[in-house]
Design a protein around this ligand. Structure first.
Ligand code: C2O
Ligand code: CU
Ligand code: CU
Length: 524
């Protein structure tokens, strides 16, 4: 394994050199479709939908707690999982399951997660949506090498050409075997998730299973009469493709190099829709309100989720929260558009359906098998439900555009020579595209060629405008990922708080991210 491959640096450029030569869907066609990505078909017969029960990932127990902190242990390991009935799929997992175990945290308490890497590859853990000091944020070259990696692997990782000046930018640096990531938890209740963030390899890492929920609760949320317990369910949506033998298919550019083959550069779409790791599952629900926390953990696929049938009167999906926690007040939707990495926290009242109704969750952006997601079977038993969705959920401080000290512009586009870029620059560790001052508010303006879900680490933001007009129907509340359609411009307001250091700004289409649509910003 040569060292460039090992870290993936430079390969985006190598891969991108071939762009002009291969038939790639034209921008015009993608514009017409309005969606990125290319289907990678499975090489086996897909199972019938709604045959398996929805799994809910297990909640991880702390190994120890003290006055301030809950301590967790996760071993990253290979596991042979039964994802498709009767077949085994080798997955890269957190703790042996996909999704990984759910970390449930309490706002105000610190969480320390000790990760041990028993995978055959280096890893990096990022808590997506976490308000995290840089050293624990999962900088993409702060590798945890596999347990037992020797000095030469370490030297390769640390001794890359050009790495000298990156050492400073890299807040945690490379280690062998294990690392403890510390999350202060000084943020509001929200649906967060953790996933692999290794430079050049986030796409295959997440595709093979490295993703899990991290739920944060607080007193404000606990005081509301929202559905809870068994009626508060995280739903991780992820499309995948499988080879004949049941293994995951992924169009890697070459055996151990980063990135994908040129024809999949726009993003990899699978033809099997997994919810919490199960293909098109079903769930029996009471005639009661449920809180469903949707996370799109797909590499590139966008969903337009609807219930079918819709309850009479519409507004089936009552949004109560987004990436950064509760909204100020609920928003009724007939459909939810969810881009990669976005979270939508919704309440569905299944009492609006007759007992015995089967309600499909469908994806209006999907075709064929990708048009189905899961099914809710409304039970005939009589239950009580004392939950409610109050008109007022929370108070959200409106960031003031007048207080912004600067406006910065970031262009997300594909370059002929450099792959996917931000401001024409392919990702290079240590090269910051912005240096905001701690404590200040800025307006960041994003614009796109094609579809790009833009994500910021460190702080949640508020969408200020979309194409010079009001924010869209899915832009409410605090967000950390905002979806831009082709040739759009979105302005967000962000205040940089609490931590100095190097953080990431990137497209969360994971193939775009791996092929260099990422940048450092340094809070000074
Ligand atoms: Cu979910 Cu930087 O990523
Ligand atoms: Cu993130
Ligand atoms: Cu993108």
């Amino acid at each position: 394994m040569n060292r460039r491959r090992f870290l993936g640096i430079g390969a985006a450029v190598v891969g991108a050199g071939a762009v002009g030569a291969v038939a790639v869907p034209s921008a015009a066609r993608l514009l017409a479709e309005g969606r990125p990505g290319r289907l990678l078909p499975s090489q086996l017969d897909l199972p019938a939908p709604f045959q398996v029960d929805l799994p809910v990932p297990a909640v991880l127990k702390p190994v120890r707690t003290d006055a301030t902190t809950d301590y967790y242990e996760i071993t990253q390991q290979l596991a042979r999982l039964e994802i498709l009935p009767g077949l085994r799929t080798e997955a890269w997992t957190y703790g042996g399951t996909f999704p990984g175990p759910t970390v449930v945290a309490r706002s105000g308490r610190q969480v320390a997660v000790h990760h041990r890497n028993e995978l055959p590859v280096p890893s990096v853990v990022h808590l997506h949506g976490g308000h995290t000091p840089a050293a624990s944020d999962g900088y993409p070259i702060d590798l945890v090498l596999p347990v037992g990696s020797n000095a030469s692997a370490m030297a390769e990782a640390g001794g890359m050409p050009g790495m000298e000046h990156h050492a400073e930018a890299s807040p945690g640096s490379t280690v062998v075997g294990d690392r403890t990531y510390t999350y202060p938890g000084t943020q509001r209740a929200a649906t967060l998730w953790y996933h692999d963030h290794r430079m050049g390899y986030t796409g295959p890492g997440v595709w093979r299973g490295l993703a899990g929920f991290h739920l944060l609760h607080d007193d404000e949320e606990a005081a509301l009469p929202l559905p809870r317990g068994e009626r508060d369910i995280p739903l991780m949506l992820a499309d995948r493709s499988f080879a004949e033998d049941g293994s995951f298919r992924y169009p890697a550019a070459d055996a151990d190099g980063p990135g994908v083959t040129t024809d999949y550069m726009n993003g990899v779409l699978g033809d099997v829709i997994l919810v919490n790791g199960a293909p098109w599952p079903r769930l029996t629900v009471d005639r009661a309100r449920y809180r469903l926390r949707f996370l799109n953990a797909s590499n590139a696929r966008l969903y337009r989720l609807e219930l079918d049938p819709q309850p009479s009167g519409g507004d089936a999906l009552v949004q109560i929260g987004g990436d950064g926690g509760l909204l100020e007040s609920p928003i009724g939707h007939d459909a939810l558009e969810v881009a990669p990495a976005e979270r939508f926290d919704v309440v569905v009242d299944f009492a609006r359906y007759e007992p015995g109704t089967s309600v499909r969750l469908v994806n209006r952006f999907g075709s064929d098998r990708a048009a189905e997601v899961m099914r809710f079977d409304v039970s005939t038993r009589t239950v009580s439900d004392d939950s409610a969705v109050p008109d007022r959920l929370s108070t959200i401080e409106r960031l003031d555009p007048g207080a912004a000290v600067t406006t910065r512009t970031f262009s997300f586009k594909r370059s002929r020579s450099d792959g996917w870029t931000i401001n024409n620059q392919p990702y290079q560790p240590g090269r910051a595209l912005a240096r905001p001052a701690l404590g200040t508010t800025e307006i960041w303006r994003f614009f796109t060629d094609l579809h790009h879900p833009v994500h910021l680490h460190l702080d949640h933001f508020q969408v200020l405008s979309r194409n010079g007009k009001d924010p869209g129907p899915y832009d409410a509340g605090w967000k950390d990922t905002v979806d831009l359609r082709p040739a759009e411009a979105v302005e967000v307001l962000v205040r940089f708080t609490d931590y100095r250091g190097t953080y990431m700004l990137h497209c969360h289409n994971l193939e775009h991210e791996d092929m260099a649509m990422m940048a450092d910003f340094v809070v000074e």
